[in-house]
Design a protein around this ligand. Structure first.
Ligand code: CO
Length: 504
């Protein structure tokens, strides 16, 4: 007979073995993006699939189901916030998600997604939605089946959202997004009509890549990223990844004619890496030592990129260094002009290039379309029309073609319905945490302006990073800020900042 304690210990072992497989996969995935020559791709795909497959088989083995049932029969649940209870809760969640969907359906989804991504890339290039529509129809059908297998309380979309933001509910996100949208749409309009506009030309002057690198790396080190446990490299699509305790990698890409791309990209990935670097190492390889969700992860990247990196306080500290680094480029630019330029708000078509305000509107539109598609209220063929109409309603400009509209993102082509909302949730969580950090540390802006980021990092470490997955995202927000997630902190932050910048 296996006792609950023995079952728990064996599950710990399984969990740590999965972490080994997954971090080895992370190493070869990083190499693929940063170093691998093109001809290495097919074998690398085999290696990666082998490791993912081994991890999946290991975790979905019926033995894990038996161990879970045995451990759950013990009294680990008496304190739902104990390490054991947290681990069991999350293992159960993942085990159910991975075993409820039949293998044939998983394989069918993977196969369809691979083909769909090829067609999507072509459709995007030619700006022709009809080239991708047949694949998307198949994917939507499969994703709906997936949702039915997993199960949900209110709407199938809940089952999809739960993959990226465990425990979050569609109705809650819907309510918060609607309130946010009602505030942001008129704000964007007022900004567009303002007579005061930044001199953005200064960001498109000559910025040599080697100097950008030094400046970005120094900023991330000042934030607290430990470069004896990290590296900054170059890749086409910037990302951050975790190889295990003591090794978190980030990447960026340099555009010598646009300052923002590498600099704020580096700060964004730094935020992700700071979270991973400060998770409790003794719990590595278990949910208790893992990040909460994509949304909470994004809240950290946005905190360091925007709430810190795009603040006036930060530029009071960092602009003299920036000017020193690019003396010829920025000799005639003062700190206020620079601060305004990096905070330009301008309606644009592409999500990944959007500013702090309109970004949220890009996400809401995707969220609404996804829901309508999954609910069967919108047909795939009608996506371009629905997209263009919503885009004009929210952002105020007309989409010229589907390449700059509904075909711009890869997410649907890999079946990632439910993913998008985590980006805007990240902004919302981040703003609510940051408002609380300000309240707890009234001199936070002065510290930042003095180049002292330690108080903020310590606060985030104590309240968020050290907690691992102890709380689900909604509970973490409630626990840290004393209130449920609301649109208000983000709206208050955006109004104050941009109201002042644009003289509203
Ligand atoms: Co991110």
């Amino acid at each position: 007979m296996t006792t609950p304690q023995q079952a728990y210990d064996e599950l710990l072992q399984v969990s740590r073995e999965l972490a080994l497989l997954n971090t080895i996969n992370a190493v070869i995935g990083w190499d693929q993006e940063v170093n691998m020559p093109p001809k290495g791709a097919p074998w690398r795909a085999e290696q990666s699939a082998y490791l993912s497959g081994a991890a999946h088989r290991k975790f979905t083995d019926p033995r894990v189901g038996e161990l879970l049932a045995t451990a759950e029969a013990g009294d680990f649940g008496s304190d739902p916030l104990s390490d054991e209870a947290v681990n069991l809760r999350e293992w159960r969640h993942d085990y159910d998600r991975q075993t409820k969907v039949p293998t044939e359906l998983v394989e069918e989804l993977t196969r369809t997604a691979v083909i769909a991504q090829g067609h999507w890339a072509e459709a995007r290039k030619k700006a022709e939605f009809s080239l991708f529509a047949p694949d998307l129809k198949k994917l939507v059908d499969l994703v709906r089946q997936q949702a039915e297998c997993i199960g949900y309380e209110e709407t199938p979309y809940d089952a999809l959202l739960d993959a990226y933001e465990p425990g979050e509910k569609t109705a809650n996100v819907q309510r918060i997004f609607a309130a946010l949208r009602d505030e942001l749409v008129p704000l964007v309009q007022a900004i567009a009509e303002s007579d005061k506009q930044p001199r953005v030309e200064i960001l498109h002057r000559e910025y040599p890549a080697d100097r950008q690198r030094i400046l970005g790396e120094a900023a991330s080190a000042a934030f607290g990223l430990d470069y004896t446990a990290s590296r900054l490299d170059v890749s086409t699509h910037p990302f951050s990844t975790n190889f295990g305790p003591g090794d978190q990698r980030i990447t960026t890409r340099y555009n010598t004619r646009f300052f923002n791309e590498a600099f704020f990209g580096t700060l964004h990935e730094t935020g992700h890496a700071l979270y991973e670097q400060n998770l409790p190492p003794e719990h590595f390889g278990t949910p208790r030592g893992d990040a909460v969700s994509l949304g909470i992860h994004e809240s950290q990247s946005r905190t360091w990129e925007n709430f810190v990196g795009r603040s006036r306080a930060f530029w009071r500290f960092y602009y003299p260094r920036t000017q020193q680094m690019f003396p010829a480029t920025l000799g005639d630019v003062n700190v206020e002009e620079f601060y305004f330029a990096v905070n330009e708000v301008k309606p644009s078509f592409i999500r990944v290039e959007a500013d702090e305000i309109t970004y949220n509107l890009h996400i809401m539109l995707r969220f609404e379309i996804e829901q309508a598609i999954i609910a069967g209220d919108l047909q795939v063929d009608d996506i371009p029309g629905a997209w263009n109409k919503l885009f004009e309603d929210y952002v105020g400009i007309q989409v010229p073609d589907d390449g700059q509209g509904c075909l711009q993102d890869i997410h649907w082509a890999f079946g990632g319905f439910g993913y998008f909302s985590t980006y805007a949730l990240g902004n919302l969580y981040g703003a609510q945490f940051f408002a609380k950090a300000r309240e707890d540390m009234p001199d936070l802006d002065d510290r930042i302006a003095a180049g002292d980021f330690k108080p903020l990092l310590d606060w985030l470490r104590a309240n968020i990073y050290s907690q691992g997955k102890r709380y689900r995202s909604g509970d973490l927000v409630q626990h840290v800020t004393g209130k449920p997630l609301s649109h208000e902190p983000l709206v208050a932050y955006l109004r104050a900042k941009f109201g002042e910048l644009y003289d509203l």
